[in-house]
Ligand binder design. Structure first.
Ligand code: CO
Length: 498
């Protein structure tokens, strides 16, 4: 190991520590901070983020990167240098003035978005959205891309992803999903999802959430769970301090129950990253798509499986005797696996969720190729919604104004949600082959074999592989929609008696 590499890694670890401090400030803001603290907190976060940014783009970083690249060739160094170079390039190619203007526009646009959504009034949001799109186009030009600006934006969240590949993947996914959805809609025997909207007292739900996270082997000695408005998972001390959050709705059981399993899945990935590489790329997650694959696998493939509930249902019935006393295991299992078109992405079921993402991808890509004008977004949204889901939202609040992402300038992020579903199914299919009695282990509430498999094949590698490489290495095949379509077809054929 060269001296330059050692010094560079000290610098990278310090930047990681600053980022962790920033994450702690943000976590506190979302959980315990009193509302009055907002202004002071924004200043603190900006200060820390600024210091971290300056360290990254400093001449010293560049010099060390160049010197180390000539000497260090083992895979740990190669990974750390490749990723540090990538972060350095992105951070130093974009003028500070543009970064500041995006941050400022984001603050203004977020406020405008909140109001526009409340009034369901897209035209009042459109000018700021247009400005944000222009700024992000400039950013993409600075970062650089081979074929289209959208690639440069997506690359921030899913390194190496290309819009043309995603387009091909999503096109077949959309067609096959719509075909299966039509069959499900035509089925005569439908689950009764209304049982999930009965009264579920928060106190019992809190006990249940803790039970679920514990059952999935979330380590509460190296993590904790708290309450928030918009659930998330964050890490403060690498794998040793992972925070998950939940929100409780007394008239909708799945929000906290599956929300907790989802964030636990994210948390298990963070807790499984190699401690010896803490605060360097080798100790970091690969991409948002891979992160989402971990949350979706535990939430859906494990948490919404019949075997899981064969073990847990009796206990949950005892916790909520008024709501579930008269509901059979079979009725409960079918209720949590109800498929139906809906307008709001975050409430969508396992099957139609990807359609919500394919729609956003089509629209975002249209905006950045210039084919779709800002003022035409609501009409394009309705047209695509009808084409994909067979229904159209009544207003913009239930349509193109529902998500916060665009107001913050986050474009190219949505595809990672659907990629997560596809990765999850492909990984889970392989885990089923590698762990012959996996179904029985899940039925016995023993989730250690699956976790050990994920640790070995995914978590321990940090950022060593790109997402596409990892999928091929673990499953022997490139990412495809087949495992996901096979999984949903088998599951929902059984649930709906197709
Ligand atoms: Co997630």
């Amino acid at each position: 190991m060269s001296d330059a590499y050692a010094r560079l890694m000290d610098r990278v670890r310090d930047i990681g520590r600053f980022r962790a401090i920033e994450a702690l400030l943000e976590w506190d803001q979302e959980t315990y901070m009193p509302p009055g603290g907002v202004k002071a907190r924004a200043e603190q976060i900006a200060l820390i983020a600024g210091v971290a940014h300056e360290r990254m783009v400093a001449d010293e970083t560049k010099a060390l990167l160049e010197e180390a690249a000539a000497h260090d060739e083992d895979y740990v160094a190669v990974t750390n240098l490749r990723e540090t170079r990538r972060t350095f390039d992105r951070a130093s190619k974009v003028p500070t003035e543009l970064v500041k203007e995006i941050a400022h526009t984001s603050a203004m646009a977020k406020e405008a978005w909140v109001k526009a959504r409340k009034d369901s009034d897209f035209p009042t949001f459109a000018p700021l959205l247009g400005k944000m799109v222009d700024l992000k186009k400039q950013l993409a030009d600075h970062v650089g891309y081979e074929t289209e600006p959208y690639d440069a934006l997506m690359d921030e969240f899913e390194p190496g992803a290309r819009a043309a590949d995603i387009d091909e993947l999503f096109a077949t996914l959309r067609d096959q999903t719509v075909a299966l959805l039509r069959k499900i809609q035509a089925a005569s025997d439908k689950p009764d999802a209304a049982i999930l909207t009965r009264h579920y007292p928060q106190a019992q739900q809190e006990v249940l959430s803790r039970q679920m996270a514990t059952a999935l082997n979330f380590d509460f000695d190296s993590g904790r769970g708290d309450v928030t408005v918009h659930p998330f998972c964050t890490t403060i001390g690498g794998c040793d301090d992972v925070r998950i959050t939940t929100r409780y709705l007394e008239d909708f059981l799945p929000a906290a129950m599956f929300g907790t399993m989802h964030e636990t899945g994210h948390g298990l990935y963070e807790q499984g990253l190699p401690v010896e590489h803490r605060f360097t790329p080798m100790g970091d997650c690969i991409s948002l798509g891979i992160h989402e694959s971990q949350s979706r696998m535990w939430e859906n493939m494990v948490g919404r499986s019949r075997g899981f509930w064969e073990h847990h249902y009796a206990g949950v019935q005892v916790m909520f005797p008024d709501a579930l006393g008269d509901v059979s295991l079979d009725a409960f299992y079918r209720a949590i696996n109800t498929v139906a078109p809906s307008f709001i992405r975050v409430e969508a079921d396992e099957l139609t969720y990807n359609l919500h993402i394919a729609l956003r991808f089509e629209i975002e890509r249209g905006i950045f190729t210039g084919k779709l004008k800002i003022e035409d977004i609501p009409a394009a949204w309705s047209e695509a919604f009808d084409r994909f889901l067979g229904v159209t939202p009544d207003n913009d609040a239930e349509g193109c104004l529902q998500d916060i992402h665009w107001s913050m300038g986050i474009f190219g992020y949505f595809p990672t949600y659907a990629l997560g579903n596809l990765y999850a199914a492909q990984f889970f299919g392989q885990a089923e082959k590698d762990i012959p009695d996996l179904a029985n282990r899940i039925r016995a509430n023993d989730h250690k074999p699956l976790l050990a498999w994920l640790r070995e094949h995914i978590h321990q590698h940090g950022m060593r592989y790109r997402a596409g490489e990892l999928v091929e290495k673990v499953t022997g095949k490139p990412l495809s929609i087949e495992p996901f379509m096979g999984y949903v077809t088998a599951k929902f054929s059984e649930v709906y008696g197709l």
